[in-house]
Design a protein around this ligand. Structure first.
Ligand code: PEP
Ligand code: MG
Length: 579
């Protein structure tokens, strides 16, 4: 039995067999084999090469000539490497001479080749290192038996174990069978973690070298409440966790009773509780949990779970489906936040050196006008179906906002020409998720109808800490005084300009922050929908004066540590079950 501690990112407990997927940058531990296993291991290598060639050939054939030319060329390069007999020989020789597993031999030889290419000064040759990394991944997928296709065809419950999970992969999980997630890397607000939470799959990330301890088929307990993962637990531990799991489900059911009760403080201040979604089918869940609308629809997921770029009709259908659930209640559609860790189909192959500071979000849209206009057209068409609002992400200056608004007006004129009805008074808002936007909120407020503070990115960019990097996860905290000061500035400036502000980052979904936010003047939050009942329970248990006191105290403290400790204690008193 092995116990590892990581970061809890999605509540709940699961017990199932492990399925190792993906080998992204996966360092295969050096495990010895017996001399008698040599033949079998070398055969596994040959089979993996044959299967990888077959898989690639099929993928290449499936590419349409008009759009897939570049991709086909890449596949041709990969196929040449995979058919290279001397490469297979180097790998099988290593198994025979060093008595190591097939996975280890594949990984170590291909990494050797890749680092050799990477050192060559010629750009064409050094770029081949990426190809070799891809080939390694493909071969390891074969050897580890964790192909993504397998995930689509699961027939039994599993805990997915991976070194790293992308938002795209996580979005593709079938929650009927994927019961838990454990990954070596990641952070609490990384997009893969956000998706796990939306899907309601218990998850623990930042487990460091966890994948080195696990083999496919090991029994795994994922404790998404305490951030613990246990490999091959003994019977007593399993029994204890089955009990925890029952208690957790009972607590969830207890919260069900809150569904139709108002989200108001004990002294009668009404709070609007909205839900964050990535997929239209989550809208029902927001409603079921008592959400009063959608405060953040992350529309870029339309791109992530499809093999082709969505058409205008597909955008429209997704928005219409979401709006139909809420009718006259607000649905805030955020225009796509592509780039950084989420890519369109055609951009998957070109990487930026520093993508979170690169062509992301509104910047990407402003440079890809046809894609942007397609989305705006669909949002405007859907605007007559209910109370649709539009929101631009990652605004960093007023010029960007004006440009986005100008394009939005152009699209309105297109609809006029086409005689398509839309809501001319549709509310336009922006996300405040960069320090520059927070510091110029006073000016930005004159140009929009509302703000929504994206604390996930605001924290990342204020503290210069990558939100998905477990190596610096202890430095990532929205309780940092710098972040809180920026939030306060935005709230004050919005108040002066008489526009509404909500919080839609994960901070609002965390029980320890809600009193502080209310005390700072927040009256609308948009949260991960599984957390709606818990947050509502806290809201219903406090008075605004309690919250004001918390905010006054916190804003006088000067360190993240003190603030976090204070907030935890305060929230624990109100809702001990949440901790
Ligand atoms: C945020 O940054 O806080 C936010 C809500 O947007 P996302 O998590 O999608 O980046
Ligand atoms: Mg963001």
């Amino acid at each position: 039995m092995e116990i590892k501690k990581g970061i809890a990112v999605s509540h709940g407990i699961s017990i199932a067999k492990s399925l190792i997927i993906d080998s992204e940058d996966y360092r295969i531990p050096r495990r010895p084999i017996q001399p008698a296993q040599r033949m079998a291991e070398t055969q596994r290598i040959k089979n993996a090469f044959t299967a990888a060639v077959r898989e690639l050939t099929q993928l290449a054939e499936a590419q349409d000539d008009s759009t897939g030319g570049k991709i086909k060329d890449i596949f041709a390069v990969h196929l040449r490497f995979l058919r290279d007999k001397s490469l297979i020989k180097r790998i099988t020789d290593l198994v025979r001479s060093e008595l190591v597993t097939a996975e280890y031999a594949v990984s170590s030889i291909l990494r050797d080749v890749a680092s050799h290419f990477a050192k060559v000064r010629d750009a064409y040759i050094s770029e081949r290192a990426d190809d070799i990394n891809d080939i390694e991944k493909r071969l390891l997928k074969q050897l580890l038996g964790g192909k993504r296709e397998d995930l689509a065809n699961l027939t039994e419950e599993v805990v997915v174990v991976a070194r790293e999970l992308s938002p795209t992969q996580t979005a593709g999980f079938n929650r009927e069978y994927v019961k838990g997630i454990a990954s070596d890397t990641g952070g609490r607000t990384s997009h893969a973690a956000i998706v796990a939470r939306s899907l309601g799959i218990p998850a623990v990330v930042a487990l460091e070298d966890f994948t080195e301890y696990v083999r496919g088929g090991d029994t795994i307990i994922v404790d998404g409440n305490r951030g613990i993962v246990i490999v091959n637990p003994d019977q007593d531990t399993i029994a204890q966790y089955e009990e925890y799991s029952r208690e957790f489900l009972e607590l969830e059911h207890k919260f069900d009773a809150l569904r139709d009760l108002p989200a108001a403080t004990r002294d009668g201040i009404k709070i609007t509780l909205l839900g964050n979604i990535e997929f239209p089918d989550e809208a029902e869940e927001v409603l079921e949990r008592g959400g009063q609308g959608i405060g953040l629809y992350r529309t870029e997921f339309l791109y992530l779970n499809s093999q082709t770029e969505p058409t205008e009709a597909e955008h429209y259908e997704a928005y219409a489906e979401t709006v139909s659930v809420f009718k006259d209640k607000p649905v805030i559609i955020r225009t796509m936040d592509l780039g950084a860790d989420k890519f369109t189909q055609s951009k998957r192959f070109s990487r930026e050196p520093n993508p979170f500071l690169g062509l992301r979000s509104i910047r990407f849209c402003l440079q890809n006008l046809s894609l942007f206009k397609t989305q705006l057209h669909a949002i405007l068409r859907a605007s007559v179906l209910g109370s649709v609002k539009i929101m631009f992400p990652l605004i960093t200056n007023i010029h960007e906002l004006k440009q986005a608004r100008l394009i939005f007006r152009d699209v309105m004129e297109d609809l006029d020409d086409e005689k398509i009805p839309y809501n001319r008074d549709i509310e336009v808002g922006i996300m405040i998720e960069t320090p520059s936007a927070a510091l110029t909120a006073y000016h930005l407020a004159n140009e929009v109808d509302f703000f929504s503070i994206g604390t996930n990115d605001l924290t990342q960019y204020t503290l210069a800490v990558d939100r998905g990097n477990e190596l610096v996860s202890t430095l990532y905290s929205s309780a940092d005084p710098a972040v809180l000061r920026l939030i306060r500035t935005v709230l004050q400036d919005a108040h002066k300009a008489q526009i509404k502000t909500s919080i839609c980052g994960e901070m609002a979904s965390e029980p320890e922050f809600i009193m502080l936010l209310l005390g700072m003047g927040v009256r609308t939050v948009s949260i991960a929908h599984p957390m709606i009942p818990e947050i509502k329970q806290i809201i219903r248990s406090v008075t605004i004066e309690d919250c004001n006191k918390v905010a006054r105290r916190v804003l006088a403290l000067n360190s993240e540590r003190e603030i976090s400790a204070y907030l935890r204690t305060a929230a624990r008193k109100i809702l001990p079950e949440a901790f």
